[in-house]
Ligand binder design. Sequence first.
Ligand code: ATP
Ligand code: DNN
Ligand code: MG
Length: 214
Amino acid sequence: MSERIFITGIGTGVGKTLTAACITEALEADYWKPVQTGLMEGTDTDTVVSLLSNNVSVCHPEAWRLQAPASPHLAARLENTSIDTNRILELSGQYQPANRPLVMEGAGGLMVPVNETVFTLDLILALKARVVVVAQNYLGSINHALLTARMLQHTGVPVIGWVFSGAEHSNEEDIIRWSGYPKIGHIPLTEQVDKAFVKQQAQLLTTPLHTLLA
Ligand SMILES: Nc1ncnc2c1ncn2[C@@H]1O[C@H](COP(=O)(O)OP(=O)(O)OP(=O)(O)O)[C@@H](O)[C@H]1O
Ligand SMILES: C[C@H](N)[C@H](N)CCCCCC(=O)O
Ligand SMILES: [Mg+2]
């Protein structure tokens, strides 16, 4: 089976979607956000579609699109439904390209509940995916990043490395050192989140990604 890459983060709003777009572009991968919550401000899938330039990547439809900008388990409850992770596993097989990666993006961070019994971490294990962790640089990110790293290490999830986002910060070196995970890259703050920016960042990520995915 070709590569499965799951983009998680140290929280929500840390830059997973922008990172997913850059990695999808770099690898000419397919993109899939299995569960989208919060539809008012547009979806992550729409964002990624708008940021890609290559004509190979396919952005697959979400398995669940839920109205409330909330944790998936709560957004589903509010719509009297529940997220079936077996359906997500089944669809992942259908969406997996034969010889290109599938880039998947979670909602929020590692311990976000997908339903009443399954957390995002459990889903990653079931998907047999390797993980890219997006860590935005802010005061407090060391704790959030190392909590995430410790859970990944404790559960044996294979980690490709960190993508840092936001302003440059000395936290990056400390997080790399204490987690033992390599740095894939840093996506700098930009005034213009557009195709040109994603193409530029994708070029910078290509070599480290190919090295770490080898
Ligand atoms: N490097 C950056 N420069 C400028 N804006 C950024 C950057 N990275 C992310 N953003 C903006 O910050 C906001 C949150 O980022 P993003 O949507 O990627 O977060 P997320 O981790 O995917 O959140 P979610 O958990 O909802 O999927 C978005 O409006 C995005 O455009
Ligand atoms: C609505 C937003 N776009 C996110 N996808 C949802 C993040 C859920 C976070 C849950 C939590 O950690 O409290
Ligand atoms: Mg996102």
